[in-house]
Design a protein around this ligand. Structure first.
Ligand SMILES: [Fe+2]
Length: 291
């Protein structure tokens, strides 16, 4: 049995200096001050992390948007948080769009969180693969700087080619794909979509995977993607781990647990969603069999 916890979209924020607020960061900061500051609360994230400590987990995956405006102070806070989660061998982080918010910070996640973003081969290159027992964790990066008002992501042809190879090389293991952006978005989230989501879905349909987990939408979701030979691949979205309240189509804070076990010649996988309620208590609100 292997239990993995998924945390997502922490949005750790720092106080920017005036000189750091040119361009997209300035607009992001206005949005933060007007609205987001009241949603993503450090005390809520602390409560989620305390609850996570009470669960027996073997591994933690953080699926992007650890920080808010890609400021040095934010990266440092996230590095401290990651160290608190566990040994880099037991924790994987992948970047989201907020972790590569502006041009010039493309290398920063790797510089600050590098030990959590490398494969068993020691290389810091996406996708990277970690094998833990019968589970192969395949980590993708969709984070890249975009123009203001865009929150799109992109994998790129090179990463997709390597991803297809990684899926081939891990056949027979429980192939768990980590990605920030969902592989498919409704039209209303066009400006926030994964640009090459269709190409990603094509690779998954050809090569197969056992589970894909993502963040970005700040809401709990489950979509079944097409796999090879009529099979289906569950794509599960986790809410933000720091959201004080539900608002719009976003959920309040929570995180997911996945219990993976061998079953016959295949695998079983059960998902448990833990959610912070209006009274501040955190409880399991959903349990689903995914495989
Ligand atoms: Fe986010």
């Amino acid at each position: 049995m292997f239990t993995l916890a998924q945390l997502s979209d922490l949005h750790l924020a720092g106080e920017p200096r005036l000189s750091q607020l040119i361009g997209k960061r300035g607009l992001g900061f206005i949005n933060w001050q007007r609205k987001r500051k009241r949603i993503h609360r450090p005390e809520v994230l602390d409560a989620i992390l305390r609850d996570l400590k009470t669960q027996a987990v073997d591994y933690i995956a953080v699926t992007g948007d650890l920080v808010n405006l890609s400021l040095p102070a934010e990266y440092e806070r996230a590095a401290v948080l990651l160290a608190g989660l566990g040994n880099p061998a037991d924790v994987t982080a992948i970047p989201g769009n907020h972790d590569v918010y502006v041009h010039g910070v493309e290398q920063a996640p790797g510089e600050y969180w590098g030990d959590y973003m490398r494969g068993d081969d020691g290389l810091q290159r996406f996708p990277f693969v970690r094998r833990r027992g019968g589970v192969a964790l395949i980590a993708l990066s969709t984070g890249l700087p975009t123009a203001p008002f865009l929150a799109t992501g992109c994998l790129g042809t090179r990463q997709l080619t390597r991803f297809a190879d990684a899926l081939d090389q891990t056949r027979g293991l429980f192939r768990l794909v980590l990605i920030h952006h969902p592989p498919q978005s409704p039209p209303r989230r066009f400006l926030r979509r994964l640009i090459d989501g269709k190409a990603l879905r094509r690779v998954l349909a050809a090569k197969g995977a056992d589970l894909l987990i993502h963040g970005h939408d700040h809401r709990r979701s489950l979509v079944w993607l097409e796999g090879p030979h009529g099979s289906r691949i569950p794509a599960v979205g986790a809410p933000s781990a720091s959201a004080a309240t539900a608002h719009g189509d976003e959920d309040g804070a929570g995180y997911n647990l996945y219990r993976i076990d061998r079953k016959g010649t295949g695998w079983s996988c059960e998902m448990m969603a833990r959610q912070r309620g209006k009274d501040g208590t955190i409880n399991e609100i959903e349990r689903r069999t995914l495989a």
